[in-house]
Design a protein. Structure first.
Length: 141
């Protein structure tokens, strides 16, 4: 297995290289709508004919209210604040511990928004609910 570091918006591969592409672990949260559209365009380019895209994500619209309650994260960190922009498109969560703190900015993607954007580039095959707010969507080129 080989790991290649690159920009998902400009994948360093030839056209129609892969049978499958996986976006796992809420990767989409780190992309704005414009950026995710660019990612989908690139994924479509490097997928072979009839190739599959699998996207695993959490519906952040469903999760956001729980996050705002200040849920404990792991043994050391907890959520100290949640700052949501006026349009409710992105949020910054601040995590704290006894020793330090850090912030993470992410896009508030809901299931419907992910599906609508993906449909611009792919044909939906299946959507599986993995947990209360977690999904695995499968699309075909």
């Amino acid at each position: 297995m080989e790991f290649i570091v690159g920009d998902a918006r400009k994948l360093p591969f030839e056209d129609e290289t892969f049978d499958y592409i996986l976006l796992l672990g809420n990767t989409i949260l780190h992309f704005s709508p414009r950026e995710l559209s660019e990612v989908f365009k690139e994924v479509k380019r490097v997928l072979k004919k009839d190739g599959l895209l699998l996207i695993n994500f959490i519906d952040m619209r469903e999760l956001l209210s729980r996050v705002q309650m200040g849920t404990v994260v792991g043994e050391e960190y907890w959520i100290s604040s949640v700052m949501i922009d006026d349009e409710e498109k992105s949020a910054v969560i601040e995590y704290k511990s006894e020793k330090n703190s850090f912030r993470i900015k992410f896009t508030i993607w809901g299931k419907t928004a992910v599906e609508l954007l993906a449909k611009l580039y792919f044909t939906p095959i299946e959507s599986v609910k993995l947990g209360e707010m977690s999904y695995l969507n499968v699309y075909k080129k």
